[in-house]
Design a protein around this ligand. Structure first.
Ligand SMILES: *Cc1c(COP(=O)(O)O)cnc(C)c1O
Length: 392
């Protein structure tokens, strides 16, 4: 799965081996974000806050900005970074372990919503916001429901179980300058549209009853992110249309619903492109050694999967090659964990060929341990029809 512009650009980079490189198709990103927004445009559809941690590259933030309502940030660093890239953006500030310094900065920068993770955090927010007119709060709930089959269950330390949420009632009563707006939940990642809707119903049922008892009117309910992407079948894209229609049906008048997807927005717009340095056989298995490694794209290691790729044949046919064999793709790190994909059958691969790993637009470069072994950093290339028109 590679777009024509990315393939063409990769061939240009291949002429003098400007690898490894991240190639970002910003037109594809904008078009994808536009489609998501249009699938979520019926009455009752949720507002979209892009989760910046999936890919906070300023070009990504600016490309999705016209199609989202705001951004979800999970640290003081992301907060400053997003506001520098998209001045005036609406911000929801979540994440565990917020420090006083981060809360203070968020109050000064007029963050729109605080997603509060614990009664202690709520107390500190109350103290810090008292003299400046308070803060708008969503309590993050961690519901116990069955999360089997998900890619990642956000159980454990995240948010508050219903008992702990109850402990917030006293804090709120003693700090009337805190405005309780609603409930936030981000319970799992890797759910398809049907599973996401079932989880949404579960969140809404709990949140509505708790918020009604707490006397909150015009409630806001944030249903979280975690929309599935399928690395083993890149064309199997989350069904935003079905999800949008489903959420609109669940919505009740007077409520504001919100979601905060990251991966499913950004992942398809990035490629990690590099070339083959060596091909060899060891103990009966074939290996292609690529320039770079998983210190620059940690995704296949964290997800323990075969990262999807396209091979673009190179012009150099001097070096070793292999045909019609399963091949393991490794990088330049001195560790057996440096594997992009294991035992994947290929037609042919040889030294000088270019390998473009698709689905590298989210949780790829920005979660990687770049400095391990001190290889040169990848180049970054932003393909954007509008920008190139401006250059002409
Ligand atoms: C990471 C995160 C998201 C985004 O999750 P995706 O799987 O990238 O959609 C949303 N909300 C919270 C609270 C998160 O921690």
């Amino acid at each position: 799965m590679i777009t024509e512009v990315v393939a063409a650009h990769s061939r240009i980079l291949g002429q003098d081996s400007q690898f490894p490189a991240y190639v970002y198709d910003l037109d594809a990103l904008g078009e994808h974000a536009r489609q998501i927004r249009s699938a979520l445009s019926a009455p009752g559809a949720p507002e979209i806050f892009y989760a910046a941690k999936a890919n906070p590259d300023p070009a990504f933030l600016q490309t999705v900005a016209p199609f989202v309502h705001g951004f979800e940030v999970a640290s003081g660093g992301e907060l400053e970074h997003v506001l520098a890239a998209v001045p005036g953006a609406r911000i929801a500030f979540g994440g565990p372990g917020k420090t006083d310094a981060e809360l203070r900065a968020a109050l000064e920068l007029r963050v729109e919503r605080f997603h509060v993770e614990s009664p202690h955090e709520l107390k500190r927010l109350a103290a810090l916001s008292r003299s400046i007119g308070g803060a708008d709060v969503l309590l993050r709930v961690n519901l116990a429901g069955d999360r089997s089959g998900v890619a990642l269950a956000m159980t454990g330390p995240f948010g508050m179980d219903p008992d702990l949420i109850t402990a917030c009632e006293g804090v709120l009563a003693s700090a009337p300058w805190l405005r309780l707006r609603g409930i936030h939940a981000h319970l799992a990642s890797g759910l398809d549209a049907a599973a996401m809707l079932r989880q949404g119903e579960e969140i809404l049922a709990w949140a509505r009853s708790w918020l009604a008892a707490a006397g909150v009117t015009d409630a806001e309910i944030n249903l979280g992110g975690g929309m599935a992407v399928d690395y083993s079948a890149p064309d199997n894209v989350f069904d935003w249309q079905a999800y949008g229609e489903g959420v609109s049906k669940l919505a009740q008048a007077g409520e504001t619903l919100r979601i905060e997807p990251g991966r499913a927005v950004a992942v398809y717009a990035g490629w990690y492109v590099t070339d083959v340095l060596d091909v060899k056989r060891a103990h009966g298995e074939w290996y292609a050694v690529l320039r770079g490694g998983t210190m620059q794209i940690r995704t296949p290691v964290t997800k323990n999967h075969n990262h999807p790729f396209t091979i673009l044949p190179g012009s150099n046919t001097d070096g070793p090659s292999v045909e019609e064999q399963p091949v393991t793709f490794v990088g330049q790190l001195c560790t057996p964990k440096d594997v992009f994909a294991r035992n994947v059958p290929v037609n042919r691969i040889g030294v000088g060929d270019v390998v473009a790993f698709s689905m590298s637009g989210a949780y790829a470069w920005n979660i990687s341990h770049h400095d391990f072994l001190m290889h040169p950093k990848p180049g970054f290339h932003y393909l954007n029809r509008n920008a190139s028109n401006q250059l002409r």
